[in-house]
Design a protein around this ligand. Structure first.
Ligand code: NAI
Length: 254
């Protein structure tokens, strides 16, 4: 069987953990050369060591534009191209509207939304000169429907949904051959979700609540998102752009 990402060069942010790490593993298995970035240096180095010669790790805080420029320029200098970008790095804030602070709100939007703006801006700059590419922005079901205790998170992920569509429309209009789509996972078993369970007053109750979000009665795995991202980055999805794809075990179908 032909590897589905043979010859492609992909950048995955937040690649040290969870969905980003599962995505990097999937892409390497399918023949891609992958740069993972993260602010977690130890985790990123361990991930790159596990992934082998097809992968490298660069430290990156995705909220910094100067670092975005350096990372993208490094990849294009090394490989001569950028075919795929996964804007995955993100963070949560479990505070309702009465508890959330302006500082917390701004932090969540810097990590979850401004970073995706910066990634798309500099990703398009690189991709448009080498025949196009595919950008996948990791939003959330919380970017489609409201959750009472996640106002900053919902807002930041909802913005990613429409930013994605605007980027897709611009690239189509300019005939750049760059596709841009968003994915919307529900609860997947990653360190981010585990930390929500760990800080809850009754962790087991919280776990069961998260499992019941899906009619399947369980959480998904990071590989469930990784497989959707693989499809969107590959040549199997040339007519898909400006679209949103739920990976939620039916949660939003109810
Ligand atoms: P995770 O916490 O396992 O991984 C996130 C990674 O992003 C970490 O390695 C972290 O160090 C990195 N990161 C955070 N801030 C950063 C920054 N400023 N610069 C660079 N790296 C940074 O979390 P998970 O679950 O894998 O989440 C990945 C994405 O998926 C996030 O955008 C999250 O909002 C989204 N998501 C996750 C869901 C889930 O159930 N796990 C559900 C819906 C969306």
């Amino acid at each position: 069987m032909t590897a589905r990402m043979q010859g492609k060069v992909v950048l995955v942010t937040g690649g040290a953990s969870g969905i980003g790490l599962a995505t990097a593993r999937t892409l390497v298995r399918e023949g891609a050369r992958v740069t993972i970035t993260d602010r977690n240096v130890a985790g990123g180095e361990a991930a790159a060591a596990e992934l082998g010669e097809s992968a490298e790790f660069l430290v990156q805080d995705v909220t910094r534009e100067d670092r975005w420029i350096e990372v993208i320029d490094h990849i294009t200098a090394r490989h001569g191209r950028l075919d795929g970008l996964v804007n995955n790095a993100g963070c949560g804030s479990l505070r309702n509207i009465e508890e959330e602070t302006l500082e917390g709100w701004r932090f969540v939007h810097a990590v979850n939304t401004e970073s995706v703006f910066l990634g798309c801006k500099h990703g398009v700059r690189a991709m448009k000169h080498t025949g196009g590419g595919s950008i996948v922005n990791v939003s959330s079901v919380a970017g489609l429907v409201g959750a009472p205790d996640l106002p900053a998170y919902c807002s930041s992920k909802g913005a990613v949904r429409l930013l994605t569509k605007s980027v897709a429309m611009w690239c189509a209009q300019q005939k750049y051959e760059i596709r841009c789509n968003s994915i919307h996972p529900s609860f997947l078993q990653t360190p981010m979700v585990q930390s929500m369970i760990d800080i809850a007053p009754d962790g087991e109750k919280m776990r069961r609540r998260l499992e019941r979000t899906s009619p399947l009665g369980r959480m998904g795995q990071p590989e469930d998102a990784a497989n959707m991202i693989l499809f969107l980055l590959s040549d199997e999805s040339p007519f898909l752009t400006g679209a949103e794809f739920v990976v939620d075990g039916g949660a939003t179908a109810q």
